[in-house]
Design a protein around this ligand. Structure first.
Ligand code: HEM
Length: 147
């Protein structure tokens, strides 16, 4: 197995775990939002923390693949950025997926900082969480995970 394959398999393995953690995060978020006065539960604090950690791990593995082991750099050299963007498959793999996930990782880091200290769920936390979830579900390649 070559290096890129090892990274892909690790990235896929973490992706299943991340999906599970995000499911727990969604349930904890929903339960906290329904709770009296929107009190932030221990489960929400913990699930937010672990979702964020796994995003950071995925970010490291993903950026390593993008710049060192994948065909992204050679594709840019051969067909240029415009050529890469005009192919829907390579645009998703090398631009939309990494960029959206990077934003999601940043959002989860901000959410984690907020839920660590806040007592109740503010409108800001709710907005950031919904934005992070929309980006995450848009950018995840379900076909490659379950296809
Ligand atoms: C946080 C920043 C992330 C970056 C920079 C990133 C980067 C990448 C890149 C460059 C690829 C394409 C590799 C290739 O086909 O050559 C890829 C594939 C993939 N990524 Fe990410 N990724 C990130 C986060 C995530 C997250 C959070 C998940 C899921 C929870 C995820 C799931 C996947 C899956 C399932 C694939 C396809 C693997 C395959 O081809 O079997 N990624 N990622």
């Amino acid at each position: 197995m070559d290096l890129h394959n090892i990274f892909i398999q690790a990235h896929r393995g973490f992706a299943y775990l991340e999906l599970l953690l995000v499911a727990v995060f969604i349930v904890a978020l929903f339960v906290s939002m329904m709770a009296q006065a929107g009190k932030i539960s221990k489960l929400l604090r913990k699930s937010t923390f672990f979702v964020m950690i796994f995003f950071h791990i995925q970010l490291l593995v993903g950026l390593t693949m993008l710049f060192f082991t994948s065909s992204f750099m050679s594709a840019v050299n051969q067909i240029g950025m415009v050529g890469l963007m005009s192919n829907p498959e390579s645009r998703f793999s090398y631009i939309e997926h990494p960029f959206s996930m990077l934003i999601t990782a940043i959002l989860m880091t901000i959410i984690n900082k907020k839920v660590k200290t806040a007592e109740t769920i503010s409108g800001g936390i709710r907005f950031l969480a919904i934005l992070a979830l929309v980006l995450f579900f848009y950018a995840i390649p379900f076909d490659k995970l379950f296809g």
